[in-house]
Ligand binder design. Sequence first.
Ligand code: PLP
Length: 373
Amino acid sequence: MEIHPKITPIYQTSVFKFEDLNELELYFSEPGSRYLYSRNGNPNADELAEAINRLEGGAGAMVTGSGMAAIFAAVLAYCQAGDHVLCAADIYGGSSTLLNTELNRMGISVTYVPFEQFYELQSFVQPTTRLMLVETMSNPLLRVADLGRLAEECHFHGLKLVVDNTFATPVLTQPLALGADIVLHSVTKYLSGHSDVTAGAVVAADAGVAARLKQIGVIYGLTLSPMESWLAVRGLKTLRLRVREHSRNALAIANFLADHPAVRDIYYPGLVQHPQHELAVAQGAGLFGGMMSILLADDPEVVNAFMRRTKYFPFAPSLAGVDSSLSYPLGTSHRALTPEQQQQLGITTGLVRLSIGIEPLEELMADLAQALD
Ligand SMILES: *Cc1c(COP(=O)(O)O)cnc(C)c1O
């Protein structure tokens, strides 16, 4: 009996069999024709990598056990001991911790570039600088980087541009088409979308770099399991639908919150008062995603009262699930920064980050209204 499943089954196996020595030789002489060992390659991981590669328009991709592993792989693809990297000052807390501690220990140093100086890198560049790491939309203040302009500036100085596209997703922005060299994701977030997977992905514009990424994944053991890959592939099929709905809900909620007296400030690129609104329109395909941050009174009791009263926004330090949630940058993602850095970035006691889900809009609005009033 031949079985023809419509959907790729889960190849929950760590290893694959060979008939004889001839078949083993075919594995090496015809790359991609057979599988050997799941850390080196697995049909489910390959399916996910190909799907993300297609969405981002890359020359090849690798999927990893987490978004952090993806960032690590991207840096290692271009850097070795003695090298230097630039990183946006507004960045995911885990990224700066990785650069400041482990990569620093390996001899790779970092300089942070304030958002205002992205397009004048001259004073930050050293002879050993290899790349710049930025987020399309920054965490948690949703500042939007002009990736086309940034790619030009990086390439002018001989640097590679590595873009963390987790918040924007390829539905809004495809960084490689704008000149980035590597785009990466915490697949844990929108690409999977259901808060049930931890995974990452790195996509390269250049086939040689993609091959190097795969080599790094296999040697360091960063690759993704079959089950996680399968779940992420399933989530990815509704990415377009979900991101449209996240964006639609978020824009309506942002407009509502912008006028609420308890909200002292709001950060959402879809609002006309957002400093990079026009760029976000041009670079985001008319959608602005589901992430926003609001500034309540800088009083922990005000924040606590809001957290306790919301029913649709559980305090859960992640984002981008179909179910809404909220997070607290000062106490979670940006906890490791010094108080001065936190102050500089505007990450204060009253700052709450909302991840707007795809629940019925009226229910989300009513819940936020009762929690804030
Ligand atoms: C969550 C996140 C990461 C890290 O991803 P993990 O899957 O948690 O390892 C990196 N960048 C951004 C923007 C994130 O939100």
